[in-house]
Design a protein around this ligand. Structure first.
Ligand SMILES: NC(=O)c1ccc[n+]([C@@H]2O[C@H](COP(=O)([O-])OP(=O)(O)OC[C@H]3O[C@@H](n4cnc5c(N)ncnc54)[C@H](OP(=O)(O)O)[C@@H]3O)[C@@H](O)[C@H]2O)c1
Length: 290
């Protein structure tokens, strides 16, 4: 059943693609450690269908999730759906090893193979947005992205990719990417407690480029703060809702992709992002990152 209205925060335009600012991050749909299939296949499909029913039109994924698990779930859950399917933003530039690690795979031939696998698994002729994932599992690493980013831009010129983004990138790499080809989004670690990208968020807002925080709820280490709990208590809301509502109001170019494997949490997160934050509470939350 399609029951959607636009989720809180309205929409943003990635290149020529309009997406809801409240999106969904599919990484949690894979098995433990983001490896293998989910324990509950039908449950995973239900989360994706609920996202579409809630009106979400931005789903974040990667071929490395599973690997090749979340993309196939997205295809199974959403492609046959009546109406317009959501826009899918995927990532290339890392693969999985036998231990569940995320080694880089950024040579031009590796990027082409990754794009082709994403197309096959998602059942698409062109990928809406592809992020080049940089750095490593510990975070961004300085260094030129020219070779891999130009390789991706060539795949865009071929028509296999519509728009380009970068992920896990330093400000210098974002600037270099922008000098090489149009950039529609940057996906980096950012949340109430990790605000190292504050200046980058504002710079990208001025340039009309989306900033998409990964780990908006703290990722594998859920956000915990006495201030966050106190604000949530005063507002009669959950800390997760407050964290998402704060991000949505931080800057108009911020797009949310909270991850969950639970329909109930997905509903809570979409509703929670719309929570009103009085000015005094926002000021208290701004102080968390110190
Ligand atoms: N570019 C990159 O390098 C990169 C890295 C990491 C992630 N990402 C992307 O970012 C997305 C978001 O990251 P993430 O999923 O790792 O972290 P997250 O959104 O910060 O947090 C997800 C965690 O919070 C829990 N959760 C979600 N909603 C909840 C609620 N309402 N109440 C209680 N717990 C809740 C989830 O558990 P339940 O399943 O139990 O709800 C899960 O453990 C991913 O899906 C992925 O698409 C990108």
């Amino acid at each position: 059943m399609h029951t959607s209205s636009t989720p809180p925060g309205g929409t943003w335009t990635l290149g020529d693609l309009t997406v809801t600012r409240v999106g969904y991050g599919a990484m949690r749909l894979a098995g433990p450690g983001v490896m293998g299939p989910p324990a509950d296949h039908e449950g995973a499909l239900a989360v994706l269908r609920e996202a579409a029913d809630l009106g979400i039109t931005h789903i974040d994924t990667a071929g490395a999730y599973g690997p090749r698990v979340t993309n196939r779930l997205i295809r199974e859950a959403l492609r046959p759906a009546a109406g317009k399917p959501p826009h899918i933003v995927t990532k290339v530039g890392a693969v999985r090893d036998a231990d569940g690690g995320w080694p880089p795979a950024r040579r031009p031939e590796e990027l082409r193979r990754a794009v082709e696998e994403n197309l096959e698994d998602l059942g698409l002729d062109a990928l809406d947005v592809v992020n080049l994932r940089l750095g490593d599992a510990t975070g961004p690493r300085e260094g030129s992205l020219a070779e891999p980013f130009e390789a991706l831009a060539a795949l865009r010129d071929e028509g296999l990719v519509r728009h380009l983004g970068v992920s896990n990138a330093t400000p210098a790499q974002v600037a270099e990417a922008r000098s090489l080809a149009p950039l529609v989004c940057v996906q980096n670690l950012y949340n109430l407690a990790h605000r190292g990208d504050d200046a980058l968020v504002d710079e990208l807002a001025a340039a009309g480029i989306a900033y998409v925080p990964f780990f908006p709820l703290g990722g594998f280490t859920p956000l915990q703060s006495t201030t966050l709990s106190a604000v949530a208590g005063r507002l009669g809301a959950t800390p997760m809702s407050v964290a998402l509502a704060w991000l949505l109001r931080r800057s108009p170019n911020i797009l949310l992709i909270p991850g969950t494997s639970s329909v109930a949490h997905l509903r809570e997160n979409v509703a929670g992002a719309g929570l009103e934050l009085p000015e005094a509470e926002r000021a208290a939350l701004d102080g968390i990152a110190g």
